[in-house]
Design a protein around this ligand. Structure first.
Ligand code: FAD
Length: 404
């Protein structure tokens, strides 16, 4: 247990500066190009791997920090640089978190490093939950995994939708139903190793924002994986299914939810980085741009917008840091993870929109970055639990009642 403190330690301050420098000198200058190209920014991710920002060591360092603040601090700087490239660098972490949260120690040792590869051969991971007919409602997954006892293999069939790194990843973690009658309690997670036959990329989505991040369908057509690829192992799954069938409370969270819950403050930190980028840009602009004989910041309407933006950004950071600390020190008690993601996402959308307003006509053009930041911010109210789903989680936690 560590004390909660807003003062970052020496290591954290150093890491913050290191990520900021990379974001400023490598990511920002490349952001416009990769947004326009709408392709995965391999050269930038490779550079990040060379300095150790993309890789298992970075992740272990961040996850090893007892205060929990290292990860959100680093992510804020990364996404301050650019959210599309930031997602390209962070996308594999969701698969790594899924494996770490659900796998046996042997599975974690084998598969998490393969989500990253090496600086000479960068690899990617993808975490595949959502489906065309099951996004928020993860209990309705149709992707089916059937056990072939004779061969000790699982056979997986289905289609996954909107998957970050889908089809271009080396390691796909797939959540599938093994007993549809048990809904979310009948689901299990599988590692699909690199090069497995039957897994292919479906359509690549053309998106509103974070366009450097690759998002695709993943088609699973009679995909066979060895029994050892079932995360947590067969014995644990059988016991869980037996308990669920007896209608006992398993005490285990449904697989997808367990991953998303733990990663919510980190997703909030992504939104925070975008919001801060837009706020800083708008503040500088407002001091320079003259209208009616004075810098526009000296018009109260603009000054108050900036005052609100600064306040909301600080409020978001405080919620994120609290949630990140709790996640490492006793756990959430009142949906603090959801609160942090919900607040930071909504703030990022509002702040980036206000930044466009402050830049006026210039803000609306693609020559200035604020319209891109606005497009990038919007995804945060949708993925890893929409704002409405966060409200639902918070409402249930504060009321202790069933709310649909
Ligand atoms: C760019 C991008 C990347 C993504 N990456 C991944 C990934 O890597 N892996 C992955 O598994 N998924 C990923 N997703 C999927 C994402 O998590 C889902 O899009 C999200 O969970 C919402 O699901 P949905 O799109 O089906 O919307 P729906 O669930 O259909 O929701 C539609 C609307 O209804 C509202 N709604 C639904 N249920 C309720 C309710 N009970 N109460 C109130 N309102 C409700 C929602 O809030 C929303 O406004 C990604 C999506 C995008 C766009």
């Amino acid at each position: 247990m560590s004390d909660f403190s807003l003062a970052l330690n020496e290591d954290q301050l150093q890491l913050q500066k290191w990520v900021h420098d990379f974001a400023e000198t490598v990511i920002r200058p490349a952001a416009h190009e990769w947004d326009e190209r709408e392709e995965f920014p391999w050269p930038i991710v490779e550079e990040a791997a060379k300095i150790g920002l993309y890789g298992i060591d970075f992740l272990m360092n961040a996850f090893g920090d007892k205060s929990g603040l290292t990860l959100p601090v680093a992510i804020e700087e990364l996404f301050w640089g650019d959210a599309g490239i930031g997602m390209a660098i962070m996308g594999s972490a969701l698969a790594a978190a899924g494996i770490s949260g659900l796998g046996t120690p042997e599975q974690v040792m084998e598969w998490v490093p393969q989500c990253y590869g090496t600086p000479d051969k960068v690899q990617l991971g993808a975490f595949c939950v959502s489906e065309p007919d099951a996004g928020s409602d993860v209990s309705s997954l149709r992707t089916r995994a059937v056990y072939d006892e004779a061969k000790d293999e699982w056979v997986i069939n289905g289609t996954k939708a909107w998957i970050t790194n889908g089809g271009i990843a080396d390691v796909h973690v797939v959540v599938a139903t093994v007993d549809p009658e048990l809904r979310s309690r009948g689901q299990a997670s599988f590692v699909v190793p690199p090069g497995t036959a039957g897994l292919s990329q479906g359509q690549k989505y053309l998106k509103h924002g974070i366009r450097a991040s690759h998002t695709s369908e993943v088609v699973l057509d009679d995909v066979r994986v060895p029994g050892s690829c079932l995360l947590g192992g067969k014995e644990r799954l059988d016991a869980k299914l037996a308990r669920a069938r007896e209608r006992q409370t398993t005490g285990e969270k449904q697989p997808a939810m367990a991953t998303f819950e733990a990663t919510r403050p980190a997703v909030g930190a992504q939104a925070l980085g975008i919001a801060r980028a837009a706020y800083e840009y708008a503040l500088d602009y407002a001091k320079e741009r003259v209208a009616f004989g004075k810098p526009i910041i000296q018009h109260q309407a603009i000054a108050f917008k900036l005052a609100n933006m600064a306040t909301e950004i600080d409020a978001s950071r405080l919620l994120i840091w609290r949630a990140a600390w709790l996640a490492n020190n006793g756990g959430f008690t009142n949906a603090e993870g959801s609160m942090s993601k919900y607040k930071a996402s909504e703030v990022a959308v509002r702040v980036t929109e206000e930044a466009i307003q402050i830049l006026g006509g210039y803000g609306y053009t693609r020559e200035y970055p604020v319209e891109r930041w606005h497009r990038d911010a919007k995804i945060h109210t949708i993925f890893e639990g929409t704002s409405e789903i966060q409200q639902l989680v918070i409402a249930r936690a504060i009321s202790g009642m069933r709310i649909e």
